[in-house]
Ligand binder design. Structure first.
Ligand code: KIV
Ligand code: ZN
Length: 554
């Protein structure tokens, strides 16, 4: 059955709506190396609103004033009456619930998500508590959260490894105290689809009041079954699915938003459900998150990978040319992949480019558009044909919200057989002085990075370097993604306990070395800006009503 068939075969009854609860900014962002700046979180939240998710879990406000400020800002800007519900996570603790409540306060539709572990292994070894004490805490904390917010989600953490009868008692207590959504986490990604469906069925059958609340899935991908488990949950009665863009999240990640949504969309008749997601925004959401966290998508990633709609073998190509439905169950356009639609050339003007960009779904500020236009003209001089993929890469590059603390002004490399690669760079530094330096390396990129390091003097370790050709052909534009780990956070930068952070950078250029240099300087800029940003965001949090935690013992 194809996408087209599935759509036409749906019966006259409107399908039930599955709520899409996006936790990219919470479960996704808390994964190692996926940290986002305040501005980046806002960019992602704006894109999630365009995607039309039902609920955005915007963060864990008790974690830091910065997290609180981001949730508060998202609640104010994105949580409009016709926008998504804004949710904040809180563990079963009064202070955490208070901070969640104040952070989401400006949103028109708001939710507090309270969680506590219910598996014996967590209760004994992590919480060092007892089943009865956890049951009581779940009850009192859901009651307290309900006094602060009407819409309450409750999660029994590690649900799939919890004793079912005990977990049912905890869930029943949560419903009695006013929980409106019960979220069932497969926290460690241990369940199989049959087992996960059985857990949901068990809850629906045995928990008094379960028919009055929404049951939600939250599946991790440790065994590669997060999407399958979420969909098995739907078959068993789940009506909210928790997901992240590109499946980012703790360890192997969460169920991927794009895969869950397109499975429900493409197999609508099988599942009998639909979502409100604007599927044409899927590719753009995926690209945005991948660029921000500096993790390129594997080419074979379902739905949004570069090869997801590519037909390589002769037999497949022949079939697709005769009838697309022979080998395609959904179309690239449905997920917002514009492919290589031929666009404008070097004679195209500002107006034509702006129109075209708007047709692709981007609303750029005048400043961003001006930069994209300049880059477009440069590309037209260097490439035979510029297509939508090039333009989207340039937009991603130009709309990164990274403060330009260091600006790469010049890069030059000598390399080749029989010579040691040597690079010279000139970088405009924050004190207004342009500094030039030179270094050797094992290859041209290594030489450039060493030369930049000599100027910037911030010890880092390169943890990832990925290069990708955006289009076919020798004149293709290269996109480079790097990730750096600060080697030892400068003492004054952060509390002692702060683990070294990972910063990503992204560069796009027809010259691979220039793209690599720009990506590297971008990551260094994020690193340099992190302290300034932390202080600025903390000041904004206090100005917006954030209160410091009470001293321990009070
Ligand atoms: O995986 C998990 O258990 C969670 C909870 C906080 C819902 O992320
Ligand atoms: Zn999780």
């Amino acid at each position: 059955m194809t996408e087209a068939d599935a759509q036409t075969e749906i019966g006259p009854e409107p399908p039930e709506m599955i709520r899409i609860y996006d936790t990219t900014l919470r479960d996704g962002e808390q994964a190692p190396g996926c940290t986002m700046t305040f501005e980046e979180k806002l960019e992602v939240a704006r894109q999630l609103a365009r995607l039309n998710v039902d609920i955005i879990e915007a963060g864990f406000p008790v974690a830091s004033p910065g997290d609180w400020a981001a949730v508060h800002h998202i609640a104010r800007e994105i949580g409009t009456a016709d926008g998504p519900t804004i949710s904040a996570l809180a563990h079963a603790n009064v202070d955490a619930i208070d901070r969640a409540a104040t952070a989401i306060q400006p949103a028109a539709k708001k939710r507090i998500h309270v969680f506590i572990s219910t598996s014996d292994i967590h209760i004994e070894h992590q919480l060092r508590s007892t089943r009865e004490a956890v049951l009581e805490k779940a009850r009192t904390m859901v009651r307290y959260a309900k006094s602060r917010c009407e819409d309450i989600e409750f999660s029994p953490m590690d649900a799939t490894r919890s004793d079912a009868a005990y977990m049912h008692r905890v869930l029943a207590a949560a419903i009695e105290e006013g929980a409106t959504t019960l979220n069932i986490p497969d926290t460690v990604g241990y369940a199989t689809p049959e087992e996960y469906a059985a857990v949901i069925n068990g809850i629906r059958r045995n928990v008094p009041g379960a028919d009055r609340v929404i049951i939600s899935s939250h599946c991790h991908d440790d065994l590669g079954m997060a999407v399958a488990n979420s969909l098995a949950g739907v078959r068993a009665g789940v009506r909210q699915i928790e997901v992240t863009v590109n499946g980012i999240g703790e360890r192997a990640g969460n169920a991927s938003l794009e895969e869950v949504v397109m499975a429900l969309h493409t197999r609508a008749q099988f599942f009998g459900q639909s979502t409100r997601i604007n599927t044409q925004e899927l590719a753009r959401s995926s690209r945005l998150v991948s660029t921000i966290i500096g993790v390129p998508l594997p080419p074979n990633k379902a739905i949004v990978g570069a090869n997801a709609f590519a037909h390589e073998s002769g037999i497949h190509q022949d079939g697709v040319l005769k009838n697309r439905l022979t080998y395609e169950i959904m179309s690239a356009e449905t997920v917002g992949l514009h492919g290589n639609a031929l666009v404008l050339g070097k004679h195209s003007g500002r107006h034509a480019l702006r129109n075209h960009i708007e047709q692709l779904g981007y609303q750029l500020s005048d400043d961003d558009f001006q930069q994209v236009f300049i880059r477009f003209k440069e590309l037209c001089d260097r490439k035979k044909s510029v297509d939508d993929r090039d333009i989207e890469a340039v937009i991603s590059d130009e709309t990164q919200r990274i403060p330009e603390i260091y600006r790469l002004e010049h890069v030059q490399v000598t390399c080749g057989t029989g010579v040691t690669p040597v690079a010279t760079v000139r970088v405009l530094c924050p004190d207004g002085e342009a500094r030039t330096d030179t270094d050797y390396g094992t290859g041209p990129v290594d030489a450039v990075y060493r030369a930049i390091n000599r100027v910037v003097q911030r010890p880092t370790e390169l943890t990832e370097f990925a290069i990708n050709a955006i289009t076919e052909g020798l004149d293709a534009v290269a996109e480079v993604t790097v990730r750096l780990r600060e080697q030892s956070p400068v003492e004054s930068d952060a509390p002692e306990s702060r683990a070294p952070q990972v910063y990503s950078g992204y560069g796009v250029n027809t010259d691979t070395i220039v793209a690599a240099a720009e990506a590297y300087v971008g990551a260094l800029n994020k690193l340099a800006a992190s302290r300034q940003e932390r202080l600025k965001v903390e000041a904004a949090a206090y100005a917006a009503g954030y209160e410091p935690p009470l001293p321990v013992g009070r």
